[in-house]
Write a protein that binds this ligand. Structure first.
Ligand code: 2P0
Length: 330
């Protein structure tokens, strides 16, 4: 077993994943399209446990640790060992990354880094497609944080239960940046996995949501191909609100949008009317991600800072995907 340290960053979807077709195999019900960011990175190391170890030792230096992460990490390492000739226990350490379980894609970053580190440590294939396929088994959205730039994860690409995400455009495509307006970084009351299960099982709008997804993906790809930022924004905003509408119609209802979230959406609309190239997307939490063109990033950041209830504004850029740090291997 090789001691390995890797880093990975969150990704935000413009065409969203919400709902699984197969819970066990972690196959999404819909295709999704996302931007992998350049930060904040979580660092994960995997190394062999000592000879007296009787199990894996998982040390998560993130606060607070989301409840499913420990169990999922354990199941993930069991899966890695089942695919490997190495069967030893591991010591896993994680630190950094965005605040967990707040709709800032922390689990995407964590499982992407864990997949990369454990693939290297346990001698599994290291091609991006294989690592992405493995990351998906920790969290579906983690598959999208392995490749960089603009990424697609499409269940139509699954074969023999294998499904990885791939880059469709490099990070520099169209010169985009992401301004994150943090409304409340504390843990959301209903996590994504539970929220999408509830939506699938109880929302009368889930079927309508899944019916729109493939067309949204095709239109988003066309807009990216044409370099049409305004068209991409219309598709992303519509797709985002369709996802939230399906969740709001669940029983019990799931409302991830806070009053300050709605105020931030209104601000994005007015910034656009003032001539800035920007659009919003919101995940399973109250934070608002504003995608804009690089030339407008300062104005958009200033505009979002003035929204009542917005606690912090961060600027991120499309990034290269998860990377092994050779200096930390041994
Ligand atoms: C997305 N989200 O496409 C969507 C939009 C949240 C809203 O992917 O159950 O943490 O571990 O597969 O990957 C969050 O879902 O859920 C997510 P699991 P995951 O980014």
């Amino acid at each position: 077993m090789i001691r390995t340290t890797t880093r990975a960053a969150p990704n935000f979807a413009l065409v969203k994943y919400w709902g699984k077709a197969d819970d066990e195999a972690m196959i999404p019900a819909v295709p999704s399209l996302s931007i992998t960011l350049d930060g904040p990175e979580i660092e994960v190391s995997v190394e062999p446990a000592g000879s007296e170890a009787t199990g894996d030792d998982v040390s998560l230096d993130v606060a607070p640790v989301p409840e499913p992460w420990r169990d999922r990490t354990q199941r993930f390492l069991d899966l890695v060992r089942a695919r490997s000739e190495e069967t030893g226990w591991a010591v896993v350490k994680a630190r950094g990354g965005p605040p967990p379980a707040a709709g800032l894609a922390s689990s995407a970053a964590y499982f992407a880094a864990l997949a990369q580190a454990s693939s290297r440590a346990y001698g599994l294939p290291l091609d991006p497609e294989s690592v992405s396929d493995l990351a998906r088994m920790g969290s579906v959205s983690a598959a999208r944080s392995v490749p960089g730039g603009i990424v697609v994860l499409d269940p139509a690409d699954a074969s023999s239960g294998r499904l990885g995400a791939h880059t469709i455009f490099p990070p520099t495509h169209m010169g985009m940046a992401v301004v994150v307006a943090v409304v409340d970084p504390s843990m959301k009351p209903v996590g994504s996995s539970e929220g999408m299960r509830l939506t699938r099982d109880t929302s009368p709008y889930f079927e309508a949501w899944t019916a729109c997804a493939r067309e949204d993906l095709g239109r988003a790809r066309d807009a990216l191909e044409a370099g049409d930022f305004a068209a991409l924004g219309r598709i992303a905003e519509t797709n985002c609100l369709r996802m939230h509408a399906s969740a709001m119609a669940a029983d019990p209802p799931l409302v991830y949008l806070a009053p300050a979230t709605l105020a931030a959406l209104a601000r994005v609309h007015s910034l656009r009317q003032e001539g800035l190239s920007c659009f919003f997307t919101v995940d399973a939490g109250p934070q608002v991600k504003v995608v804009c063109l690089e030339e407008d990033v300062e104005s958009v950041r200033d505009g979002m800072q003035g929204v009542t209830g917005v606690q912090d504004v961060l600027v991120q850029r499309p990034g290269p995907g998860s990377l092994i740090s050779p200096d930390r291997e041994s």
